[in-house]
Ligand binder design. Structure first.
Ligand code: KIV
Ligand code: ZN
Length: 513
C-alpha cells in the first residue's frame, strides 16, 4: 500500500518541533544564530508544522535568533515562548511579527507544587493571569498556544477550568506538558481523554502534548495521548532537551507511520529527511546519538547475528519492520574519492541537506581534496566533518595555524602551537602528560583562558587507520558549559581544533548577551 493510500481518512497530528528551544536546554547544546537558522531550514524540508525557535525574552541572542527565523523562513509556523506576563508576550511578538504564520506560545504552571513553591500564587490568581495573558496575546494574533506547565501533576479539574477559560480568551492550542517526565502511558492517555470530555469548548481548540523523558516514556506517553484525542505532539530531533530530553521526533513519527493500523492518525513529515536532520542536529549540538538509538542510531538497521542475517537474505520482513530508505538512511557506501569533481561534491552536499554558497563550496572542495589525498575513501560523515570545520563554526577569536607535537615511549610529550588570537599571530610550546595534554596546555597559555575540561572523547569518523579522527570536548568556564568538535586525519590536530572550537563558543557566549 502506498503512503497516500495508507493515510487516506486518517486525521492529521501536528508536529511541533522544539529542538531550537527545549532541545537547546540540554546542557552544552547551545547553538548560534547561523546554526539555528540552518536547522530551521532543514525542518522546513522535513515538513514539520511548527518550530519553536526560542524564548525571545531570555537573552538578546535568543531574540535575534527567533527574529531571524521568523523574518526569513517560510513554509512553516514559527513559535516563540513567553511566560504569562505582558513584557514576555510583547517581546515574543516583536521577534515573531514578520513571520508567515507566527505563534505566541505562553505558559504558566498549574500544579499545586509549582503554585505553592515557585509562583506563590493561588489557583484563582493563576486562572486570572492565564486569561489576561492570552487576551493580551490575542491583540497580536489568533495563533496562540497556552501551556499548563506541570499539567500532568496538576489537579485535572483545575486544568479543565483553565483550558476552558483560555479558549474563551483566544487560545487555539492547549498544551498539556508532562514537564517532569512523571506520567505513565495509560494514566497519561486517560488524562487526555478526560480533558476531551470535560472542556465544554474543546471543539474550538486542539490538545497538544509535550512529554519529557525522565522515565524513558516520552514517546509512549505521546502516543497514548494521540490515541485519546491529542492532535499536536511537541518533540525534538534525537530527543534532546532538558535533563533526559523530550519526545524524540523520529521515534514518534515512525511509530505513527509504521503502526498506523493501531494509532490511526498521520503526520505530514517527509520521513526521508529524518536521518540527515538527525546528523545535522548531532553535529551542531555535539550531542552524539547512541548507536542503539531507535531509528537514527548507527545500529538501528544493522543485523549482526548469523540467524538474523540469514533471515534478511531470504526475506527482509523476517527482521525488519521499517525500510531504512524511508528514514533517509545513507547506505554507508563509498560516495566520493580524490578524483571526484566539484559538481559531484555539490550534489552530495545537497543530498545531505546542506546548501552552500559558491565560496563555501570552494573551501569545502579544497579541504576535501586535501583529506582525500591522505584518506582514500570519503564517506558522508567525512564530508559533514569537513563542513562543520570549514563553514559552520562560530566566529573565531582563536584560530589554529599550525602545530607540531612530539610523543613516544621514551620522549617527553611536547607540543609547539602557532595560533591567531584576535587577529595576531602568537606561538608557544608546553609539556604535558601526552601530546594532547601538552597541546591543550599550550593553547590555554596562548589564549589566556582558564576553562576546565569536563569531557574528552576521540572516535574515528569511519573505519580504517586512515580514518579522520573526530574529537569532542566539553569545557566549562564561569558556569557556562560548551561542546567543541574538531576533525582531522591527525588526532592531535583534531583535538586542538575541538578545544579551540569550544573556546570560541565560550567567547561567543560571553558576547552574545
Ligand atoms: O516542559 C515544559 O513544561 C515546557 C513548557 C514551557 C511547555 O517546556
Ligand atoms: Zn519542556
Amino acid at each position: 500500500m502506498s503512503m497516500v493510500e495508507q493515510n487516506q481518512g486518517r486525521e492529521k497530528v501536528f508536529i511541533f518541533d522544539t529542538t531550537l528551544r527545549d532541545g537547546e536546554q540540554s546542557p552544552g547544546a547551545s547553538m548560534n544564530m547561523q546554526e539555528k537558522f540552518r536547522l530551521a531550514q532543514q525542518f522546513v524540508k522535513l515538513n514539520v508544522d511548527i518550530i519553536e525557535a526560542g524564548f525571545p525574552i531570555a537573552s538578546k541572542g535568543d531574540f535575534s535568533c527567533v527574529k531571524n527565523i521568523a523574518d526569513n523562513v517560510r513554509g512553516i509556523q514559527v513559535a516563540g515562548l513567553a511566560r504569562c506576563n505582558q513584557k514576555d508576550i510583547d517581546t515574543a511578538w516583536e521577534a515573531l511579527k514578520n513571520g508567515e504564520n507566527p505563534r505566541i506560545h505562553t505558559f504558566l504552571a498549574t500544579s499545586d507544587i509549582h503554585l505553592q513553591h515557585k509562583l506563590k500564587m493561588s489557583r484563582e490568581q493563576v486562572l486570572e493571569l492565564a486569561v489576561a495573558s492570552v487576551k493580551h496575546a490575542a491583540q497580536y494574533t489568533s495563533n496562540i498556544e497556552f501551556s499548563a506547565e506541570d499539567a500532568s501533576r496538576s489537579d485535572l479539574d483545575f486544568v479543565c477550568t483553565v483550558f476552558e477559560a483560555v479558549i474563551k480568551a483566544g487560545a487555539r492550542v492547549l498544551n498539556f506538558p508532562d514537564t517532569t517526565g512523571y506520567a505513565v502511558p495509560d494514566e497519561f492517555g486517560a488524562k487526555i481523554a478526560y480533558l476531551m470530555s470535560h472542556i465544554p469548548s474543546i471543539n474550538k481548540a486542539i490538545i497538544s502534548v509535550h512529554c519529557h523523558n525522565d522515565l524513558g516514556l516520552a514517546v509512549a506517553n505521546s502516543l497514548a495521548a494521540v490515541k485519546a484525542g491529542a492532535r499536536q505532539i511537541e518533540c525534538t530531533m534525537n530527543g534532546i532537551g532538558e535533563r533526559a530530553g523530550n519526545t524524540a521526533m523520529e521515534e514518534v513519527v515512525m511509530a505513527v507511520r509504521t503502526r498506523a493500523d493501531q494509532i490511526n492518525v498521520r503526520t505530514d513529515i517527509v520521513t526521508e529527511h529524518i536521518h540527515p536532520t538527525s546528523r545535522m542536529v548531532s553535529t551542531i549540538t555535539g550531542m552524539m546519538v547512541q548507536p542503539n538509538k531507535a531509528i537514527v542510531g548507527a545500529n538501528a538497521f544493522a543485523h549482526e547475528s548469523g540467524i538474523h542475517q540469514d533471515g534478511m537474505l531470504k526475506n527482509r520482513n523476517t527482521y525488519e519492520i521499517m525500510n531504512p530508505c524511508d528514514v533517509g538512511l545513507s547506505t554507508g557506501t563509498l560516495v566520493l574519492g580524490k578524483h571526484s569533481g566539484r559538481h559531484a561534491l555539490k550534489d552530495r552536499v545537497a543530498t545531505l541537506g546542506y546548501t552552500l554558497k559558491d565560496d563555501e563550496l570552494d573551501r569545502v572542495f579544497k579541504r576535501f581534496k586535501e583529506v582525500a589525498d591522505v584518506k582514500k575513501d570519503m564517506f558522508d560523515e567525512d564530508l559533514e566533518a569537513i563542513m562543520m570545520d570549514e563553514i559552520f563554526r562560530v566566529p573565531e577569536s582563536f584560530e589554529l595555524l599550525s602545530l607540531g607535537a612530539m610523543s613516544g615511549s621514551k620522549t617527553l610529550p611536547t607540543s609547539a602551537v602557532l595560533l591567531k588570537v584576535n587577529g595576531e599571530e602568537v606561538k608557544g610550546s608546553a609539556l604535558g602528560v601526552g601530546p594532547i595534554d601538552a597541546t591543550f596546555r599550550a593553547i590555554a597559555n596562548l589564549t589566556g583562558t582558564r576553562s576546565t575540561l569536563l569531557y574528552f572523547a576521540v572516535s574515528s569518523i569511519t573505519g580504517g587507520t586512515d580514518a579522520q579522527g573526530e574529537v569532542m570536548v566539553r569545557i566549562e568556564d564561569n558556569g557556562k558549559i560548551v561542546l567543541g568538535q574538531g576533525a582531522d586525519p591527525d588526532i592531535v590536530t583534531a583535538a586542538a581544533k575541538a578545544y579551540l572550537n569550544g573556546l570560541n563558543r565560550l567567547e561567543y557566549l560571553k558576547h552574545k548577551g
